[in-house]
Design a protein around this ligand. Sequence first.
Ligand code: PA5
Length: 447
Amino acid sequence: MSNLQVKLNNIYQFVTSNEVFSLKEKISNCQKMVEEKSGKGNDFLGWVTLPAEINDDLLKSIEKVAADLGAKSEFVVVVGIGGSYLGAKAVIEALGSSFAMFENGGTKVIFAGNSICEDFHAELLRLLDKHTYSIVVISKSGTTTEPAITFRLLKQHLESKFGKTEAAARIVAITDKSKGALRKLADSEGYRTFVIPDDVGGRYSVLTPVGLLPIAIAGFDIRRFVDGARKAMQDTSANVPFENNPSCLYAAARNVLYAKGKKVEIMVNYTPKLHFLTEWWKQLFGESEGKENKGIFPAGVDFTTDLHSMGQYIQEGERFIFETVVSVDNPKRHLTIPNDPENLDQLNFLTGKRLSEVNHMAELGTIAAHNDGGVPCIQISIPELSEYWIGYLMYFFERACAISGYTIEVNPFDQPGVEAYKKNMFALLGKPGFEEKGKALRKRLGV
Ligand code: PA5
């Protein structure tokens, strides 16, 4: 049966299979730490069994709210940043039409609250002036600056457009069950809410309402998505031996490469639909592993377009990189290259070939070229872009990330470094309590 595959053949010019398998015991211990909740950050391991625990009542209430918002809105604006948006964005981009925004029918999901760009927000409000819309506001802490600013703007806009009562019926908040400013506001305004479990951190939350509600609003089958994750949970569990366990093999391979000085991992895709899966993966691994002056730097490229830009560096630049190529075996649609009697572009040898075949040869040719240039390639493939296989793939990565973080002995579930910029930003903006810091910073920065 087709399944997610992890292929390591194209790293073996650089490391041996013995070296990968030498991590077997360490990785098995890390697996135990994940399942027995005995490692660092063990109060954030709720995501491990989440696929098996999501119940029908929760799925039904998500589907009901999605249908209700969809029925009365041309747009649903999902407000959130980091782990509170990248998972849903990745799934919707992977599964939807590349031109969904321009097609008739279906509620369009717009993501906002992930920047402080004035033009973006002004343009968003201008668009929403002319359309019906609802808001899903997502923040686990309930205090994150970017989504809070966006929500302030949107709440006022929605209330002046529809009146306070109707606006409240068009706002859904996803947040902590009892703490934080968003919970307080949602309770006092009477918004419908969903809860982010205490033991699931933002970047591991795609299988909570954080991911499931926007995915359902966009019209995708969240039950199949959960089914895929559920199967991945079985296939990556500690009962599955190292050599058959895709998350263990991936975690081991990337750590052996890291130990050999390959400090940058570039995720490669051959379909622009996976661009945001890479963004989600970058956050997952970057925020989980990049601490205590350790961790592989996760980067991403979209091929073949980036072969015409970053391809040069990958082929011949500094040799501290490896690639992880994520490919999809079967496209959803069918398109062949037509014959051209004039053949000025000399491409008639491709007549009748499917674009996916040409794309696949580009992929194989690139892997061989990059290998020749000193770049090892881990290959991960899924059978198709469907709810099931994206759910499978995301859980597979979450599991691999936790194991990999434990392998380098960091806490894969915290993000202390994210606070540094926030403190400086608040100090520069004159937040009460930050006066001294603000003065020192302004002097230092000459502003
Ligand atoms: O992974 C994480 O925990 C972070 O990326 C958060 O998701 C992000 O900072 C947003 O936080 P919050 O949901 O509290 O607004």
